[in-house]
Design a binder for this molecule. Structure first.
Ligand SMILES: [Zn+2]
Length: 733
């Protein structure tokens, strides 16, 4: 007992003497005791909770040198600088990697051999070289620390194959050396993978709670107005630091330019930017010369800016783990921070398609992770509870008070009967299926699988027809969160009834669920459970504008979309334009359209603003980027000169698809163009007439539907698009 206490006070003293801290954070002390005692140790600690101290301090206290395996060179450099700050001798900590010259590497090796170095950072590739193993064999090694250990698992968000060989290489040293695996993010599955792969079955596991009570989580529906919504959001949070994550470089560049055009101090960060500039941008952000960094996901690993007040995901992340990690960079100072993710189901499909080039196993994993992300985004249950569940943690509060789903008013109804139906259906189909199949059984959808397994014969087939698919998806989620259903440990995604579930079936109790009615009130008819909260789109105004549009369209005898696109109405519901000038700034509304149709909309908005004392974002006049309009002018002029579309596309380096998209936006904004010269040479007369007739009578603006109605075999998508451009220009403008 005395010895342990002595040990503790020695640790506390070292902590103070070396690193200047007065006390340990979280479970640091217990973790350090574990490794000092020579035990294998797994540390799962959210970013910012003091993970690196768990190996830095014992490395200084133990005999020999600790080896830290870390995936990123920039991360290592940053760490080495931080540790060196506390010492006079540089040699106490080193990094050994390929960025050093041969000469520098030699100096480092000399320090290692002389025993001056207590902490060495290496990349996993370092261990793959025989000469390095030979050198490590000749040194006394106190322990190995495997940082970012989730890289071991294909189920993690950042898989690195070379991580899976670490254990095998350590074994080459032929000594028992304790291993510490550290990660800021690990689902139960990833944790198991880490333990199995590093072969540390008896490791002591330290898991700090993943709850970040100071973070507010929100999912917003992604619309064409997203860029403007983001500008409005940032202007409302002027002077605060934030990160915006986009999936690709192109989007990063475009959004950065758009923000800069709107006087926001934003800088880009992605792998396509030269390293020097990247570092300068990162530095500016850290030193507050820039407020916003627009980045691909590579940004932020290892940077420690405590006062990031918002993290926005422009595209929904590929996994919930990645999402948690990235949002986790906000509010490290424990101050409040906002995390907004934009969601469109189309994005999920896109990522799924991109994955097609990978191996079947990888594809399966990607699809499963995506399905979980989609379920999270579409769910109307507490975001915090869902996120923590993902990390194997139970959140017991009924209302977290700090996520969109908890703060919005919901109408609840009794769900006992439906929960019973769901669990019975899972049992009745032998607990061998994933959520999609179970839902198909409940809804009575005859799919190939349903037929193959004869589930049309099940007494539950079609039993749940009263409820919609999203409601069943949500109910399955709720069952998982309440632990009535569990995932099968062997088959990813397969649902099983748990012991708690069996108890429920024996004696069903009350289960409140979110009523479908309350969802339909706030969302569009597509049954999407996502609603843009936080005052982005004025829903009441939006529905009034929609009604007005219908009336005007009827009066003009035109389909509504010919007059204004729904996305333009959405934008009006954000910007509240009350002058003709402001109306021309709305997305998809040019001067022509504003003059022709704008007046009644302006009047309606002005009345709404006055009656409800709406605070308009007047000072926020959104500027678009100039070079895009330059291209549009060139295209309009070319069409005036009757230049063939193929030639216009070639000279602007566009695909035909891209060119048509631009022309569509030109026409949608109210500019009149005449493309008859091109149509006449490319579409036969009969097709022209048929398509026009169809466009005249339909109320919908769906290419897909048009193709179906007209006949996919006979008509090409391009023909319909061209005729629609003509139709819109002739009738609408
Ligand atoms: Zn909540």
């Amino acid at each position: 007992m005395e010895k342990i206490e002595q040990g503790h006070s020695e640790m506390a003293k070292q902590l103070k003497d070396i690193f200047g801290y007065d006390y340990f954070k979280n479970s640091q002390e217990a973790i350090i005791c574990s490794i000092l005692a020579g035990r294998d140790t797994i540390v799962v600690m959210p970013t910012g909770a003091g993970k690196s101290m768990c190996y830095q301090l014992p490395a200084m206290m133990m005999d020999g040198m600790a080896v830290v395996v870390s995936p990123l060179i920039s991360l290592m450099k940053n760490q080495v600088d931080i540790v060196r700050n506390h010492f006079i001798e540089k040699s106490i900590v080193h990094v050994l990697n390929s960025t050093l010259s041969k000469f520098e590497q030699q100096l480092v090796r000399e320090d290692l051999i002389s025993g001056k170095t207590k902490l060495l950072y290496v990349a996993p590739e370092f261990l793959l070289k025989e000469e390095n193993i030979r050198m490590l064999k000749s040194l006394k090694i106190s322990f190995f620390a495997i940082d970012e250990a989730h890289c071991i698992s294909e189920w993690g968000h950042d898989f690195r194959p070379e991580y899976r060989r670490i254990r095998q290489r350590i074994d080459k040293l032929r000594r028992k050396i304790p291993i510490m695996a550290l990660t800021a993010t690990a689902t139960p599955k990833v944790r198991q993978d880490i333990q199995d792969n590093l072969r540390i079955p008896d490791a002591e596991i330290f898991q700090t709670s993943f709850d970040r009570p100071n973070l507010y989580y929100e999912i917003r529906k992604k619309t064409d107005a997203i860029d403007k919504e983001i500008v409005v959001f940032i202007k409302k949070h002027a002077g605060q630091s934030g990160i915006i994550y986009c999936r690709n470089r192109k989007r990063v560049d475009e959004l950065t330019r758009f923000l800069q055009a709107n006087d926001i101090r934003a800088l880009p960060y992605h792998a396509g930017i030269m390293a020097d500039i990247r570092n300068i941008n990162q530095d500016k952000f850290l030193k507050e010369d820039a407020d916003v960094i627009v980045a691909t996901i590579a940004f932020g690993m290892g940077i420690d800016k405590p006062d990031i007040r918002f993290v926005i995901h422009y595209d929904i992340p590929k996994s919930l783990e990645g999402y948690y990690q990235e949002t986790g960079r906000a509010g490290r100072d424990d101050g409040e921070a906002t995390c907004i993710a934009y969601y469109a189901y189309a994005d999920i499909l896109k990522v799924g398609k991109l994955a097609k080039r990978k191996s079947l196993i990888e594809q399966d994993i990607i699809r499963q992770l995506l399905a979980e992300t989609a379920a999270y985004a579409e769910s109307n249950l507490c975001r915090r509870k869902s996120l923590l569940f993902y990390f194997g943690e139970t959140y017991s509060k009924k209302n977290c008070g700090s996520c969109d789903n908890c703060i919005k008013e919901k109408q609840m109804e009794e769900g006992r009967e439906y929960m019973y139906m769901l669990l019975e259906t899972v049992k009745d189909t032998q607990q061998r299926f994933k959520d999609k199949h179970i839902i198909n059984v409940l809804l009575g959808n005859t799919t190939a699988d349903i037929r193959q397994f004869g589930h049309e014969e099940s007494s539950h087939f079609g039993e749940g027809y009263e409820k919609s698919e999203p409601t069943w998806r949500s109910l399955i989620r709720q069952a998982l969160l309440d632990k009535l259903l569990v995932y099968d440990a062997e088959n990813a995604g397969v649902l099983k009834v748990s012991e708690d579930g069996e108890r429920f079936l024996k004696r069903p109790y009350s289960i409140p669920i979110v009523s479908e009615k309350s969802k339909h009130n706030e969302d569009d008819a597509d049954g999407d459970a996502i609603s843009p909260k936080g005052g982005a789109i004025d829903k009441i105004l939006f529905s009034m504008l929609k009604d007005l549009l219908k009336t005007v369209a009827k009066h003009e005898n035109l389909p509504p979309y010919v007059i204004f696109h729904e996305s333009s109405l959405e934008d009006m519901s954000i910007q509240y334009p009350i002058t003709m000038e402001e109306m021309t700034q709305i997305s998809g509304v040019g001067a022509g359209k504003a003059q022709k149709y704008g007046q009644p909309f302006i009047e309606l908005i002005a009345k709404h603003v006055e009656e409800n004392e709406v605070e308009r974002p007047q000072d926020i006049i959104i500027k678009s980027i100039a070079n895009k309009s330059g291209q549009k002018i060139f295209i309009i002029q070319s069409i005036d000169q009757k230049i063939y579309f193929e030639d216009i596309a070639a000279s602007e380096n566009l695909s035909m698809d891209e060119l048509l998209t631009i022309i569509e936006s030109i026409v949608a904004a109210g500019t009149k163009i005449n493309i008859d010269y091109y149509i006449e040479g490319n579409i036969d007369q009969y097709h022209r007439e048929e398509i026009l007739e169809y466009l005249q009578k339909t109320q919908e603006d769906s290419l897909e539907k048009a193709l179906k109605e007209l006949g996919e075999d006979e008509y090409a998508e391009e023909e319909i698009r061209l005729m629609r451009i003509k139709f819109l220009s002739d009738k609408g403008n």
